[in-house]
Design a binder for this molecule. Structure first.
Ligand code: EPU
Length: 421
């Protein structure tokens, strides 16, 4: 038995869609909350399965978790106990690794299975571990489990060989209680990192420089509970902007921070999409004008996000000429191209690039969401295609898109779920 998503393509979309809180911020904010000594209230939590998996992990640690209304999560770690994290839920998502930094910071001891998540090619965590070691921890890997110990964590200067989002956040969390000052050089600058530092600072941490490539953390000995509202999801926003560019008469994407989306907005402009950018929304005006091919190179923020190249590929199948996407973050992140080719696209992948020759008409068929953003790409392709597209392995999509079917149905899409045997 498997649940699939079906989409009947060819219906023009119109209306307004509201973007939820950022998935990639949420999955770090939830583990960060255990560093507090009282309840942390997080507002704007998206309803996605990654949040359910993390809540399960919190409960296993004895943390009280209350969901209030649709999107308020109250996390109270007052009575938690540090237990080995070896459950299945750890392997369901990559972000369970944020419990490493948080537990190490709070207790000086972590036991954790290897985290899972989307397969995008090799995704090592060596930089996280090197950071923990630089703070004085001892890291071992035995029988599929990481064991990280520290008698005392002491601030240090840490240069990241690659400006990794995960390593930056994880080291920040481990360092909040460390003695003295930690400096992370070549730190990543993604908005989600700023959001996590904002939460930690509200709790009483002393983190400066987030959003630049040098972050300093002065250790403190106590953190309190607090209230925090999550930033809007720039990748969900990008998905709806691309989807609107592909299939809308007129769609407003609201509750966004347009500054977080500048690299995408400038590409949409180059492709020939008409839009109006407001303070917290973007209006996409569709039409029958010819779309132009463009080249993209994925880069760390504020460059073009790797998470957006997959959804954008669906739109580029409709552009005139050859578009080249070069992936510098995850060189194997091209499985969506094979699925698009099944639907009639003409894409050649020569790692680390994909050459998209357009425009090509797309036809509905059976496709597989091999990872989260591949799923988003196939939803967009399904909206564009003639006939019905059936998407398999949709648990990937449900990991990261809040109420996808409801939001699309409200815009006039024909999308539904079926259970097949
Ligand atoms: N890297 C290493 N060693 C490390 C860590 C990273 O070599 O210890 C490499 C990675 O292999 C990759 C590059 O550094 O080539 C960047 O990886 P990064 O650590 O920044 O990625 P991440 O923190 O694991 C987050 C997002 C991803 C997003 C990337 C890049 C979360 C939970 N995940 O992953 O989001 O693609 O940053 O921006 O925040 C998604 O949302 O679909 C998704 C995969």
């Amino acid at each position: 038995m498997e649940e699939v998503i079906k989409i009947e393509g060819g219906h023009k979309l119109h209306g307004t869609v509201r973007i939820s809180g950022s998935k990639n911020a949420t999955v770090a904010l939830i583990p960060a909350a255990i560093l507090a000594n009282g309840p942390v209230t997080i507002c704007g939590v998206p309803q996605i399965s990654d949040v359910n998996s993390l809540s399960e992990l919190l409960k296993d640690l004895g943390v009280e978790v209350i969901l209030k209304g649709d999107d308020i999560l109250i996390i109270d770690p007052s009575n938690m106990t540090n237990r080995p994290m070896v459950q299945e839920a750890v392997t369901k998502l990559r972000a369970s690794y944020y419990f490493m930094g948080a537990l190490l910071g709070k207790y000086g001891h972590v036991e954790m299975k290897m985290p899972g998540g989307c397969y995008l090619g090799p995704r090592p965590i060596d930089l996280h571990l090197k950071g923990f070691e630089a703070l004085g921890a001892d890291v071992r890997y035995e029988h599929g489990t990481y064991i990280i110990d520290a008698k005392e964590l002491t601030g240090n200067k840490i240069f990241l060989d690659i400006s990794s989002v995960g390593a930056t956040i994880n080291i920040m969390m481990a360092a909040v209680y460390a003695k003295g000052r930690t400096t992370i050089e070549n730190a990543a600058k993604e908005p989600e990192i700023i959001d996590v530092a904002t939460l930690l600072n509200k709790m009483g941490a002393k983190i400066r420089g987030v959003g630049t490539n040098v972050i300093t953390i002065d250790g403190v000995d106590h953190l309190d509970g607090c209230f925090h509202e999550i930033i809007p999801d720039r990748i969900e926003a990008a998905t709806y902007l691309v989807l609107a560019a592909a299939a809308a008469n007129e769609v407003i994407v609201e509750n966004i921070i347009p500054q977080h989306l500048e690299s995408l907005l400038s590409k949409l402009d180059e492709i020939g999409i008409q839009m109006e950018v407001g303070i917290d929304h973007v209006k996409i005006i569709g039409g029958s004008h010819t779309l132009q091919a463009t080249d993209i190179k994925t880069l760390p923020y504020p460059g073009f996000a790797t998470d957006i190249q997959q959804p954008l590929t669906a739109l580029l199948t409709q552009a005139k000429g050859q578009s080249i996407i070069t992936e510098t973050i995850y060189t194997e992140r091209f499985k969506h191209c094979m699925e698009l080719n099944k639907m009639g696209a003409n894409i050649n992948v020569m790692t680390p690039s994909a050459m998209i020759n357009g425009p090509t008409a797309l036809t509905g068929c059976d496709v597989v969401a091999t990872d989260l953003r591949c799923g988003a790409c196939l939803v967009i392709a399904g909206l564009l295609a003639e006939g019905v597209t059936t998407i398999y392995e949709i648990y990937h999509i449900d990991r990261g898109y809040d109420n996808l079917d409801g939001k699309l149905t409200a815009l006039g899409a024909k999308i539904w779920r079926e259970t097949i045997h």
